[in-house]
Design a protein around this ligand. Structure first.
Ligand code: PMP
Length: 352
């Protein structure tokens, strides 16, 4: 810490990106839930064309993207706001709407706690029960903004729309943020609730099913009043938050939805097959509706599995605080075949 740093930033706990650095080149990265597939050719074509115009500022409203999503989801373009990744949208939400505090599951996307701490937001962390979010545990959160990743991360388990609706209706004075980063891999979107309730925001991303994690593009869908508040914060801090190449790339992806659907089908098939193979090897694996699996072995610690895979140049995500479990991103069929072979080797060696 330099002597010039504002004291309010003296004890920050940034998001851990240590496993994502350059030095990991040559490793099979199954630790950050990216897509193993490149973006569609359409994405590359549109981004390249947009690069020619980068002497001009990008469109602060991302109008073409908003219109396209508006027709896909049946909501007005002005009810959509874009972020530099959905992480930026989450940041705007923490800034805008958490005066009465926040509430989210004890085990969930770690960024919620990081943002809450950064903004000095008091938060309640609600324990999971057998790795599940129980809607009744969120009854009457007294105006706290409630963050629910659906499906949840890193468990991969999704709530039904009826369960989500119980959280919404039991908290009429709270804002409910439904983070649908992984919804395309089998869960049902709650987007229809933004019509029927005035306290719902849905966040989405191009990072997972649309193979664009490196482009940084996310969005939220909500009602007019909430969208206006978020847009005001965005236009105060970072009016040109989405660069021109990324806006064009996003449009390219939306116009090639068939490519996205095809990749989603492959990921879901490989996920379910990997789950079955892992269970045969003695792993407990939760039923995931995402592009990752959350698993522990009956005899081998999570730390041991993680470090043994790392030695064989495969990186998965180990959580110190949930030490038995690891999160494994679903890669391509070939990558998962290699990973399963290495795991089979590790299990037979460690249980001899
Ligand atoms: N929500 C959840 C649950 C996530 O796992 C992630 C990815 N780490 C994000 C949001 C943020 O994604 P992005 O900023 O890439 O849109």
């Amino acid at each position: 810490m330099s002597r010039f740093l504002h004291t309010k930033y003296s004890s920050l706990t940034p998001y851990d990106t240590s496993e994502e650095v350059e030095s990991l080149k040559g490793y099979l990265r199954l630790n950050t839930n990216e897509s193993p597939f490149p973006p569609s050719n359409n994405v590359i074509k549109y981004a390249r064309e947009a690069a020619r115009g980068m002497n001009y500022y990008s469109d602060p409203e991302c109008r073409l993207l908003a219109e396209k999503l508006s027709s896909m989801f049946g909501i007005k373009p002005e009810n959509i706001v874009f972020g530099n990744g959905s992480d930026e949208i989450l940041n705007f939400i923490f800034m805008a709407f958490c005066e009465n505090g926040a509430a989210f599951p004890e085990i969930t996307y770690s960024f919620y706690k990081i943002l809450a701490d950064f903004h000095g937001v008091d938060c309640v962390r609600v324990p999971l029960r057998e790795f599940r979010i129980v809607p009744e545990d969120y009854a009457n959160m007294n105006g706290r903004t409630i963050f629910i990743a659906n499906p949840n991360a890193p468990t991969g388990i999704a709530l039904t729309l009826a369960e989500l609706e119980r959280i919404i209706t039991s908290n009429p004075d709270s804002l409910i943020v439904i983070d649908e980063a992984y919804v395309d891999f089998g869960a049902e979107s709650a987007v229809k609730f933004i019509e029927s309730y005035d306290n719902v925001i849905i966040t989405r991303t191009f990072s997972k099913s649309r193979s664009m994690a490196g482009a940084r593009l996310g969005w939220c869908m909500t009602n007019e009043a909430l969208a206006r508040d978020i847009r005001n914060i965005k236009n105060t801090l970072t009016p040109y938050n989405i660069n021109a190449m990324t806006q064009a790339a996003g449009l390219g992806a939306l116009e090639d939805d068939e490519y996205t659907r095809k990749n989603i089908n492959v990921i879901c098939r490989v996920r379910d097959n990997t789950k079955n193979r892992l269970r045969e090897m003695g792993f407990e694996v939760l039923d995931s509706l995402t592009n990752f699996l959350f698993a522990r072995h009956e005899k081998i610690s999570g730390g041991k599995i993680y470090s043994s895979l790392r030695k064989r140049r495969i990186i998965i995500r180990h959580f110190e605080e949930i030490s038995d479990f690891n999160r494994i991103t679903i890669g391509s069929p070939e990558q998962m075949q290699i990973t399963l072979e290495v795991l089979r080797d590790i299990v037979s060696h460690e249980t001899r």
